[in-house]
Design a protein around this ligand. Structure first.
Ligand code: ADP
Ligand code: ZN
Length: 292
């Protein structure tokens, strides 16, 4: 089967052609401008390659409820040109093939459970900590949507007294994204996050905030594995700090074997940064199979 994959991001669109085994034959990246400029380039790419189905992992918020008239739209994004743009409709009209559609982070968690280290698990969280913070949740073998889709980056966090930074999220003063995404780190400390590698206080505080959120997810969702990706997690010293803090915050309450092996419980992404695009191949495969 020839499958198309589109990782639709706020700064770039990654397009790939692959198959149901997760193999990627070719891949290109196109800058995200307005839909008028960008979408025709994308549809042309896929049309020329004659795909059987397309999977789109999209920046959000997006409408995933198939019974809604807005299904397939990017909704209240700050990128105004894309607000209420129906990306699924645009591709369906141009390509006449099944279009799988989900959040970018659900795409990433699907990549990891289908082709990566989380294979065989049926409850997994993938969290990206980059320009923003977002999370995909795979639960009981399905991607979680619920009312809309989870917004795990905006859970509220207890700010530490010694942190005088006001927070970057326009909606919440003390959510995970507002306190711990890359731009918040950079504004708080006045340097590029990558240049702060040797400042232990930066990563202690960062790990504290991430661990608070993970502790909440563990208590609510009971995941079998938590995968952390995104630019900020290139600071690998964060992993042991986060694992220790989560263990402390849980206070020994949860008795589960997985938590005794933290090194294999809170882990980096496993697919060389291809988890998102590979997940889109699986979104395409699933949509194709659903129509058979
Ligand atoms: P996006 O979230 O836009 O898809 P990334 O996941 O690459 O992109 O995240 C970009 C953010 O990650 C930037 O805001 C930057 O602060 C941060 N970042 C990128 N590289 C590093 C690094 N090596 N160490 C720490 N932070 C980084
Ligand atoms: Zn927020």
């Amino acid at each position: 089967m020839k499958l198309g994959a589109l990782e639709a991001g706020g700064t770039k669109m990654v397009c790939a052609i692959g198959d149901e085994t997760g193999r990627i034959f070719e891949q290109v990246s196109i800058p995200t401008e307005t839909p008028d400029i960008t979408v025709p380039k994308l549809t042309r790419y896929f049309k020329e390659r004659g795909i059987d189905a397309l999977g789109i992992g999209c920046f959000g918020p997006i409408e995933l409820d198939k019974s809604s008239t807005m299904y397939g739209c990017i909704t209240s994004t700050p990128k105004l040109a894309w607000r209420n743009y129906n990306i699924v409709e645009a591709f369906a009209e141009a390509l006449h093939c099944p279009i799988g559609f989900d959040t970018d982070v659900n795409g990433s968690v699907l990549g990891e459970v289908t082709f990566g280290q989380a294979r065989g698990k049926d409850c997994v969280i993938y969290l990206t900590i980059g320009t923003g913070v977002g999370g995909g949740i795979y639960i009981e073998g399905k991607l979680l949507h619920g009312m809309l889709h989870p917004e795990t980056g905006h859970v509220l966090i207890q700010k530490r007294e010694y942190d005088s930074y006001g927070g970057k999220c326009p909606y919440h003063k003390n959510c995970l994204e507002g306190l711990a995404a890359g731009p918040a780190i950079e504004e708080r400390w006045g340097r590029k996050a990558a240049e702060l590698a040797d400042r232990t206080e930066v990563w202690e505080l960062e790990a504290d905030y991430i661990a608070q959120a993970l502790t909440g997810y563990i208590l609510t969702i009971s995941p079998q594995m938590i995968i952390l990706g995104g630019g900020v997690m290139h600071q690998e010293q964060l992993f042991p700090l986060i694992r220790d803090k989560v263990t402390q915050m849980l206070g020994g309450y949860i008795q589960a074997d997985a938590l005794k092996d933290m090194d294999n419980y809170i882990v980096p992404a496993s697919l060389n940064d291809n988890q998102g695009i590979m997940g889109c191949l699986e979104l395409a495969r699933r949509e194709y199979a659903a129509g058979q």
